[in-house]
Design a protein around this ligand. Structure first.
Ligand code: PEP
Length: 246
């Protein structure tokens, strides 16, 4: 039985007062039946850690470097995230792939760097609208996941995967539960073939998850929770989504 997981991706949003209000609301809404985490901008990690410490709400980063340390101005290492108590780090988000030209190989190296420091990578995969319309969805997500599986080798079973169709992110256009389930089943089969325990690994769905569609998505047999962008910034919406994860 896989425990559901809901992760808020705050992206480049927030302020100290707004964060404090949001985190207080999340803490006050516990207990949740599934696991809950927030991935916050780097400058807010220490304060988030102090606020959430001792609770069952976890926190994480939205990216990490593939390098351990060195002359990489502007980058943050997985070891630094670990020092801030991060349980998770998102790698390969489509915004990083699109705006920062991140390749499958780089995403895989970041996932490996995270695991080496005990931080669980949430590896994002997903097709663009053009790729979906060209019938390439399965090939694209399998290729993206395959790069990470090969890099992680015997540790591949420790990652969390997030299926995030690019055309559904921040657009208000959600994949139907059937569309999402289909891709999740493909990814699970791939994970199972590679690790032998794909049935125990969590595959999140992300892309315009809202309070009113979360329960139907999360009821699909291979959807183990969500990676939530816009709706993670509004306490009532995020809490409703966390409650839908049972
Ligand atoms: C995301 O950025 O990971 C995401 C899923 O965004 P949204 O929920 O806003 O579509």
């Amino acid at each position: 039985m896989r425990r559901k997981l809901v992760v808020g991706n705050w992206k480049m949003h927030g302020s100290r007062p707004a964060n404090a209000e949001l985190l207080a609301a999340i803490l006050g809404a516990r207990p949740f039946q599934g696991d809950v985490a927030v991935c916050v901008p780097f400058p807010y990690l220490a304060e988030t850690a102090a606020t959430l410490a001792g609770s069952d709400v976890r926190w994480g980063g939205q990216d990490c470097s593939a390098h351990d340390q060195g002359a990489y101005t502007g980058e943050v290492s997985a070891g630094m995230l670990a020092e801030c108590g991060c349980r998770y780090v998102i790698v390969g988000h489509s915004e990083r792939r699109a705006y920062h030209a991140e390749t499958d190989a780089l995403v895989a190296a970041k996932a490996q760097a995270a695991l080496a420091k005990g931080v669980t990578p949430i590896v994002c995969v997903g097709e663009t609208l053009a790729q979906r319309e060209a019938g390439e969805t399965e090939a694209v997500v399998k290729r993206q996941l395959s790069a990470v599986i090969h890099q992680l080798a015997h540790c591949a079973g420790e990652m969390v995967v997030a299926y995030e169709p690019v055309w559904a992110i921040g657009t208000g256009r959600t994949a139907t539960p059937e569309q999402a389930q289909h891709v999740h089943a493909v990814l699970r089969a791939q994970l199972h073939a590679a690790t032998g325990h794909g049935d125990k690994m969590r595959i999140l769905y992300g892309g315009s998850v809202k309070a009113d569609n979360a329960a139907t998505l999360f009821a699909q047999p291979d959807i183990d929770g969500g990676l939530i962008g816009g709706a993670a910034l509004k306490a009532a919406d995020f809490i409703a989504i966390c409650r839908a994860a049972r």
